[in-house]
Structure formats: C-alpha cells, structure tokens
Design a protein around this ligand. Structure first.
Ligand code: ADP
Ligand code: ZN
Length: 761
C-alpha cells in the first residue's frame, strides 16, 4: 500500500510512502505517521491512499501514531478548501486544524510523566532561586505534565528531579484526564419557555436540521433548493439570527443544540475568545452536563494548558463529548456527525486568524456546515455588513429578535459633546464630563455598579515636548510609545520595546524639563477616578492587570459579588458579560475607533458602542449609558444611540457601494515587508506590474497601491501594501496562489496574502 503524506513542515507539496503490510489495517486517511525525510524523520498526516505511485525509490513509513486517525476525512477536506481559498500550503492549513498539543503527541495518553506538588515539609529546605521558580510553577498548577513544566520553566529534568529528591514534588506516570473545569459546581438548568419570536426562530432552525439530516441520509422526498438561487447560496441551512442584546439568542442556541443531540448529532458553539468566560461555559455545561442530556461538554480555548487541550480534543475525537464550545479554532473540532454550528457575535474580528492560514472562522463554519449537512446559525446584535448583506440577498435566512426577552428595557444612551466641556474651562478637556461624574456619584450613593470603558491601555498614549515638538517614538515601529505609570516605563504596543521615562526632553539640543504626557489610557482613568472618588472600590481590567491564569475569573467574581463599585477596562469588559447590578456604563472616548485608517472604522465604532451599551441595565433597574465624544453627530454614534442597526446598515452600505468596498466586493490585501525600504518599494512595484498583466483585465477588478501600509514600519520592517478588490474571490485567490508559488522575490522580502482581511494595518 502507498500513501500520500503532508509533512509538518511547509514544503508546498505532498510525498508518497510505502506502508509495510503489518500496518496496512491501521493506516487510513488522516492517520498521523512518522516518516524518513532525507537524513531526518518527520511527522505528517496521510492525505490519500494511492493505488500506485510514479515516484521512484519509495521509502517506508517508520511509525503509525495513535490508535485512531487524528484528522477525519471531512476535516481534511476542509483543510484543503482553506489552503485553496486562503492561498496557503496544505501543511499550514493542517496546522490550524490539528491543535499543537495533539500534533506533537507521539505516544498518546500513556507513559506521560506528571509532576505533582507535595506539601512542603515543616522544615522546608532552602531552595535556590531557580528551584524556587520551578516549584512555584508546580504550586500554581497543582499537577502538570513534566514536558509542560520543562517548557514553562525553561529548565532541565535534573532540576525537577532534585526537587523530587527534596520531597517537594512527585514525578509519576499518569493516564489522568485533565478537566479544566473539574472543580466547577454545576446546577442543572432547564430549558426556558420560549417567547413567540424565539419559538419562531427555533422552529425554523430545527426544520432546517431535519431537512439537512434527511438529505444526508439520502431519504426520498426531500426537496432540493430551487436552482434559481444565487450561486453559493446556503439558504437551505445558514441562518443569520439578528437579535438585540438580551433578546434570548443564547436560549435559542441551547435549545437548537439539544435538538441536535436528541437526534444523535453533535454541535459546536464558537464564541469570541474574550467572551469565553467561565460564566459562558457554565451556561452551556449546566444545560448539557447535568440533567437529562448528560453529555460531556468540551471546551477549547487558548488559556488551557497543552495537556488540557490534548484531553479535551480527544474527548471529542472519541465521540464522548458531543458539544464543543470554543474560540476560533474550535470550528475544526472533530465532531461527527455534526448537526449544528453556532457562531455567536459573528461580527467579531477575532474570528479572523491574523497569521497564515488567515482564515475567518465564521466563513469556515458556513463552508463546513454545507459540506457536512449541518445547520449554521450566525448570531449577533450588530451583524457584520457582509452577513446582513448575504441575508438580504437570500444567501442566508434572516431571523430577527427585536425585543429583549425579559421585561428589562434597552438602556437610555446619552451623548455628551466633549467639545463643549472643553471650551468651558479653556484648558484641555477633562477625562470625565460633569454628566458622567454626577451619574457615577449617584450610582455610588445607591449602591449600584458602574463600568467605564476605554479601548486603550497604559497611562497616556504619548509623551511630547511642547517646546521642540519631540514625540517619544519606537525605534523599531512607526508608532509613539505609551507611558505606563505603574511600571514606570515607556512601552511600544507593537513590538514590546521599552524605555525609561525621560525627565527632560531627549530631543536634539532641547532638554526642556516640561515634557508632557497626552492622550489617556485605562491606567489614567483608574488613577483619576481614585482621586475623584476616594471611597469607591475601583478595579481595572486590561491585559496589563491580568497576569496570572485566574485573574480574569477573580476580578469578574469580585465584581459579581459586589466587592467592586466601578470596573474600568478595555474591550475585555465589553463582551458578553452579564451583571444585573450594573446600571451605568460610561464610554470615555467614543471616537477612538472612528479615526482608524480603515473603511470599517464606522462599522466598528457602531458595533463597539452597541456592545458596550448592552452591558447596562440587565437587571431590574433601567440602565443608562453615557457616551463621551468629540464628534457627537457622527452617524455611527447617532445610530448606536438609537439602537438602530437597520438605519446604520442602510447608510453605511450606500457609502460602501459607491466606493466598491465589501460587501459589494471581496478584498485581497498583499503586504510586502523587508528591512530596506527602497527594496520593499521596488519589489512592490514589480508585484504591481505582475498583477497588471494578469489580474487587471478581469471585469470589476480594482488594484490600488503599492503604498506604505498604515503601520508603515513594524519591528524594523518596512511595509508596503497592494489592495485588490474583485466581485468574486474564488478565481482571484486561485490566481494569487499561483503568484505566491511562482513569483520570485529577493530573499529578504516577505509577501503575505490576506484574503477577506479584517485589519488593514
Ligand atoms: P442574548 O444571547 O440575546 O444576549 P440571552 O439568551 O443571554 O440573550 O438572554 C438574556 C436574558 O433573558 C437571560 O437572563 C435569559 O435567561 C433571559 N431569557 C432568555 N429567554 C427567555 C425566556 N424565553 N423567558 C424568560 N427569560 C428569558
Ligand atoms: Zn515597536
């Protein structure tokens, strides 16, 4: 038997190998194998069983890994689609499909050495700093695989053995299964009686599931979708569930998932990484893991240790967990047979992977659903323009939930014109308007909670000299350095470069001591707040304050149990959180995202304001949202104030159509980078010529650039971009794939191709 194998290193092609007779029964498409390659041995995935190979002198595979193939043929197909559409080698696509923790494993569950913490004996031996550090990691995790510990602590096994000799640790082989939520206490939840709108949504979804399942089973009498539908239509099975925050979308998902389970099918729920809080997970677990359905719920997200990830994944592959909840890459979870994929907050940009393969999990979900006969539900209070457009054109089925599920009303949104605040005193604008200060005071008096939102961390965003105009910039990137007061450092948010804070202007021949900080970040909000409300219990939540594994959970718990009055944060606090006692949400600087050099700036601002507002008034008391803005009449802000998605959609699509931007075209963004700017520029011009010869003649295709990217320099690389817009992407991405294979660029230039980019930086 001969098999075709995609190796783990990206070579852009597959290789044939012989399978010795004793392994023939074990090897199938998707099996992981170890094979000889030159002088080395490499791991790879079997992608095809071939009757005969025309490659001479075939070598034999060395080892078959695991008792079960890891990539199912269906998921392998999906990886092929990703490689084709997003212009990357199959090996790279397979890398995303199979989590690292699973790929790297060679021997499965057995023979895995675990390190467990033992109690420190009364007379604790004195440890070296290094030993202390290793011990502390074990202490934090309680129990972890030896390999994982060596990686985390960057140490050798002899250090760990030494700690074992001292009686502080135990190293032992273990077949244990790690459950990241083992300590959770779950209270079984029962389905709620749906209101009429929810019921309508659910019955359409379940009816579509019936049709999809019958079709898969090849039953007669199933009506094919009419041929007249738009090409690429998935309206037999993709839904856009547009429901305001709190309209009960999640309850609809839960009941649709239960329907799939009862019919022997599994379901995947995708949630933005940031919204994958313990609260969210609990909501799903308490419905499915206890009570009548009794199914394991697997959770996949980046905060799991490699070991936990490995075990969760195998629970799914073995068919023991049929419900999966996870972030972006959970779209590849090997659930079989699959009945339903839910993509919650489908408009979220974090569904797009910012490295190769640059796939969009929402779009992959739609494709996967189509191929596997699963129904796909995209849910959002602020759908992406792309998805809503697809719904209007009947590619997706639109279902709306225009009202909140409970009695609570949508919050009142008040816009404060910060230009007025500014002119009153004459000086620079205050961080908090009078209106916001009054509103916070009121909440403190009434014992209600407040959330303050500013999507920028650090203390101030730039350090500038008034006298000579010097701005402290990053030496490696074209951005200014952010001042972090607690850390007493200037930091680059792109490359991490740090500097000491100067006490006088470092500008040439200046040295003025009156150098000043401008532009506020969350650290400054917290600081100003503490001075203004000395008695209030204030906490900040952004990536600077969350250092340890449990911080996120602890802060949210403290907030829920009323130990915090005011929570200050970045977008981290904007998503999916549900706190009944929050009656005030303040948005410090609503215009921040409006001025990004991106045609989606307005859409992003609208989405962000609506999402943040949705955090207010989720309990009995009506909520209030105060939006501080310097451009209060901008449509994105005004439509968000009125909770008017349709108004926003109409106005925004008009502008997009005029300029030929998505959803009226598809975009491919080519970025060329290198250390020498002239070379990058020259390479980009060459690229443009290549494109002009091949692509430009296509009807409707527009090529713009090359031009310096909005982020013109990052980590010492100059960046130039060319943007292509085309009515149809499939053909364009095929051509771009040829491009990446055939175009020869100087060694020190790197080209990335981003299909359907969400970030234009
Ligand atoms: P969304 O996902 O649209 O933001 P949720 O599903 O979180 O909305 O629902 C918001 C609140 O309304 C939750 O507290 C939920 O328990 C409640 N809820 C949802 N559906 C119903 C229903 N049919 N009857 C009563 N309460 C409901
Ligand atoms: Zn930098």
């Amino acid at each position: 038997m001969v098999v075709r194998v995609a190796l783990d290193i990206a070579l852009g092609r597959e290789f044939d190998y012989l399978v010795p007779p004793q392994w023939e029964a074990q090897v199938e498409v998707g099996t992981r194998v170890r094979v000889p390659f030159g002088a080395r041995e490499l791991l790879g995935v079997v992608t095809e069983l071939v009757p005969q190979s025309d490659q001479p002198g075939l070598k034999a595979i060395r080892k078959v890994i695991g008792a079960q193939s890891l990539v199912t043929p269906k998921v392998l197909d999906l990886a092929r689609w990703i490689a084709g559409y997003y212009c990357c080698p199959l090996e790279i696509a397979l890398k995303s499909v199979l989590p690292d923790a699973v790929r790297k494993e060679e021997d499965g569950w057995r023979e895995r050495l675990h390190v467990t913490r033992l109690q420190r004996p009364g007379e604790a031996p004195k440890l070296t700093a290094r030993q202390e550090e290793v011990y502390r990691i074990v202490e934090e995790w309680g129990d972890l695989p030896l390999q994982e510990l060596l990686r985390l602590a960057e140490t050798t096994s002899s250090t760990v053995r030494k700690l074992e000799d001292l009686g502080l640790l135990r190293i032992a082989a273990k077949v244990s299964e790690r459950d990241p939520h083992a300590s959770d206490v779950l209270v079984a939840s029962r389905p709620l009686a749906l209101n009429e709108e929810q019921q309508g949504a659910l019955s359409q979804i379940t009816a579509a599931m019936d049709v999809a399942m019958a079709k898969e089973a090849g039953l007669p009498g199933v009506v094919e979708p009419p041929a007249a539908q738009a090409p690429g239509s998935t309206a037999s099975q993709t839904f856009l569930l547009h429901g305001v925050t709190g309209s009960g979308k999640t309850e609809v998902y839960l009941q649709a998932m239960a329907y799939a389970l009862e019919r022997g099918r599994g379901a995947i729920v995708l949630v933005p990484e940031i919204a994958l809080t313990p609260q969210t997970v609990e909501r799903f677990k308490s419905r499915f893991s206890s009570g009548p359905l009794q199914t394991l719920v697997a959770v996949l997200h980046s905060h799991l240790s490699a070991g936990e990830r490995h075990d969760e994944w195998h629970k799914i592959r073995q068919g023991r967990a049929r419900i999966v909840i996870g972030a972006r890459s959970a779209v590849f979870a090997p659930v079989e047979p699959l009945g339903l994929i839910v993509v919650d907050e489908e408009h979220e940009h974090s569904y797009k992977q910012e490295e190769s393969p640059r796939y969009h999990a929402r779009d992959v979900a739609v494709v996967r659903g189509q191929r596997e006969g699963a129904v796909v539900v995209l849910g959002s209070a602020t759908p992406s323009l792309e998805s809503y457009h697809n719904a209007i054109r009947k590619k997706y089925r639109l279902v709306s939930l225009p009202n909140r599920a409970t009695e609570m009303k949508l919050p009142v949104v008040r816009i404060v014109d910060m230009r007025q605040e500014q002119s009153r005193g004459g000086g620079p604008p205050p961080l908090f308007s009078n209106r916001l200060v009054e509103a916070i005071t009121q909440r403190l008096e009434r014992g209600e909670q407040t959330m303050l939102f500013l999507n920028r961390r650090g203390y101030s965003t730039s350090l500038q000299c008034k006298k000579c105009g010097y701005v402290a910039g990053c030496p490696n990137c074209s951005v200014s350095l952010t001042y972090h007061r607690n850390a007493q450092k200037l930091l680059c948010h792109i490359c991490g470069h740090e500097e000491r804070v100067p006490t006088k202007c470092p500008g040439p021949e200046c040295g003025d001591p009156a150098i000043r900080f401008s532009g506020a970040g969350t650290e400054r909000v917290e600081d100003t707040l503490t001075r203004r409300f000395p008695k209030a219990r204030i906490r900040r939540m952004d990536s600077d304050t969350l250092q340890r594994k449990d911080d996120f959970r602890t802060v949210l718990n403290d907030f829920r149990t009323g130990k915090i009055d005011i929570l200050v944060g970045t977008q981290m606090i904007a998503k999916g959180l549900h706190f009944p006692n929050v009656t005030l949400v303040g948005i410090i600087h609503a215009d921040l995202s409006l001025h990004l050099p991106d045609f989606r700036a307005g859409e992003r601002t609208f989405q962000l304001l609506t999402q943040v507002s949705g955090r207010a008034g989720r309990g009995d008391v009506e909520g209030e949202v105060i939006v501080q803005s310097f451009t209060p009449f901008h449509p994105a802000i005004q439509f968000a104030r009125r909770h008017d998605f349709l108004g926003f959609y109409d106005q925004e699509t008009e502008f997009r159509e005029q300029l030929g931007y998505p959803p009226f075209s598809r975009v491919a963004l080519l970025t060329l980078r290198g250390r020498n700017e002239d070379k990058v520029k020259f390479g980009a011009d060459h690229l443009r010529k290549w494109l002009d010869e091949r692509v430009a003649s296509w009807p409707g295709t527009i090529i713009a650039g090359p031009a310096p990217a909005p982020l013109a320099r990052a980590e010492n690389y100059f960046r130039y971009q060319i943007m292509l817009r085309s009515p149809r992407m499939t053909r364009l991405s095929r051509d771009l794939a040829t491009l990446t294979e055939t175009l020869t660029l100087p060694d020190d230039l790197r080209l990335t191709v981003d299909i359907d980019p969400t970030s234009l930086l």
